[in-house]
Design a protein around this ligand. Structure first.
Ligand code: HEC
Length: 433
């Protein structure tokens, strides 16, 4: 293993990534959906020439630009920092496979940001037809950026036969590429509708507000009809172990999956019902509630999507703790010695004096990707009532205890050192014991 371990207490690396990524996915889905909204709103304006609605779209677009460019861009860069530090080996593997994919995506980002800035700052000076063209460019670039990143994200869970063929297109158009793309597209459009409902409540003229709310509600319809279909299709394409994790192998993840589905239902149901029954009475507080449902839905969806990849970061390639699965390339997997393969660890062999420190290092590099000591998925309570011998025996069958844990890698001395370290978390021990 070539990289040092970045120790993040309590939260752990995966949770740190999750926190940044969740902010990013919420804003970025809004950014993509908002393109559809602006383009079709411009077409509506061209047909109806309603000056009040024009004013509304102007203020909506300005607020939309601020939120998406500030939070979307900053959190996107944040993800890069976080993944590169938490999982450098996996990030490097992905860059080797998808270098040009990412380069293309950044071009789309640039086009997207330029188009929305021009659209907003030249709003009054441009003709309707030019604004419509800019909105189209924004819509296309934003959706294409989703198209590209979707190929990379889905590859991590379902690599298809990339590792056999080495073909970029097999990696990109992998088994979950299409269901995920369609699912996310209808989610994006629904988010745009909900955000437009929110901005509509800032306008106090009842007829404008009613018109804007009713118009925005149409953006929820594709999600109501197609989200369940695409979700089932998506689920059908994921690996068996990932299905097991969602359906009960990990109770916590199953609960998250249910919260996600429930929040999506509440978001769509409440928004549609209220916009049909009382479009004039839409309050800002109510739309904030819708935004909370929407965010809860997507946040838990992303947590589940990340969690079902356990015990891998990259399916068929790398475990969550950055150990390669490929037996030929990776000596640590042969179990002769794990420590001697760690470039950033001074201890190369276990002896009576260094056993505890060696155990700490093995824990860091093999377990801490998923277990904090005290905090998220804490190890201390999990081994509380275990004797050293029990721990040692358990370590041999981690992948049987929980199918979503990688097996232990290392020789018997290393296993014993790890057991000693785990035991020391709850019990006093003498050095040299
Ligand atoms: C891919 C992530 C991952 C890695 C890596 C990992 N674990 Fe786990 N482990 C889990 C999860 C998730 C649980 C379930 C926790 C729960 O049920 O509360 C778990 C549970 C456990 C348990 C309790 C098992 C039981 O029967 O209840 C032990 C003990 C444990 N892990 C030890 C380890 C040790 C030691 C390592 C390193 C050699 C390790 N784990 C590496 C994810 C991981």
């Amino acid at each position: 293993m070539n990289y040092p371990f970045w120790d993040i207490p309590i939260l752990g690396g995966s949770m740190l990534i999750a926190i940044i990524a969740i902010l990013h996915v919420i804003v970025s889905h809004l950014a993509v959906g908002g393109g559809f909204y602006l383009y079709f709103a411009e077409r509506k304006l061209a047909r109806e020439k309603d000056p009040k609605f024009l004013n509304y779209i102007k203020s909506h677009a300005r607020f939309f630009m601020l939120i998406t460019t500030v939070f979307g861009a900053v959190s996107g860069v944040g993800i890069w920092f976080a993944i590169a530090l938490v999982s450098p080996a996996a990030t490097s593997t992905l860059i080797h496979i998808f270098l040009y994919g990412w380069a293309i995506e950044w071009v789309f980002f640039l086009v997207e940001i330029l188009a929305i800035i021009l659209y907003v700052y030249k709003f009054d000076r441009l003709s309707g037809a030019s604004r419509q063209k800019l909105a189209f460019i924004y819509m296309a670039a934003a959706w294409l950026s989703l198209f590209v990143i979707n190929g990379i994200i889905t590859f991590m869970l379902t690599p298809g036969d990339y590792y056999q063929t080495g073909n970029f297109y097999t990696a990109f158009f992998n088994p979950t590429f299409w269901p995920s793309l369609f699912f996310r597209t209808v989610v994006c459009v629904a988010f745009a509708g909900i955000f437009a409902m929110f901005t509509a409540t800032f306008h106090f003229e009842e007829d404008l507000r009613e018109k804007a709310i009713k118009y925005a509600s149409a953006y929820l319809l594709p999600a109501i009809i197609f989200m369940p279909v695409f979700a089932v299709w998506y689920f059908a394409m994921i690996p068996g172990l990932a299905k097991d994790i969602v359906t009960g192998a990990s109770p916590l993840i199953m609960i998250f999956a249910n919260i996600s589905a429930g929040s999506a239902f509440l978001m769509l149901g409440a928004a549609i019902a209220n916009s049909w029954i009382e479009p004039k009475r839409f309050s800002t507080v109510f739309t904030i509630l819708l935004i909370i449902f929407a965010s809860t839905f997507l946040a838990t969806f992303e947590l589940v999507r990340e969690a079902v990849r356990k015990p891998y970061t990259l399916y068929e390639r790398m475990y969550s703790n950055s150990i390669y699965i490929d037996k030929n390339k990776n000596p640590e997997i042969k179990c002769e010695s794990f420590l001697s393969n760690l470039k950033w660890c001074d201890i190369k062999e276990v002896n009576a004096q260094n056993a505890l420190a060696a155990g700490r290092e093995i824990y860091r590099y093999q377990c801490q990707a998923c277990h904090s000591i005290e905090g998220y998925n804490a190890i201390r309570p999990l081994v509380k009532h275990q004797s050293r011998e029990f721990c040692e025996a358990n370590i041999l069958k981690l992948d049987e205890l929980k199918k979503f844990m990688p097996p232990f890698f290392g020789n018997d001395k290393e296993r014993s050192a790890l057991a000693l370290y785990l035991y020391s978390l709850n019990n006093k021990i003498e050095i040299g014991e």
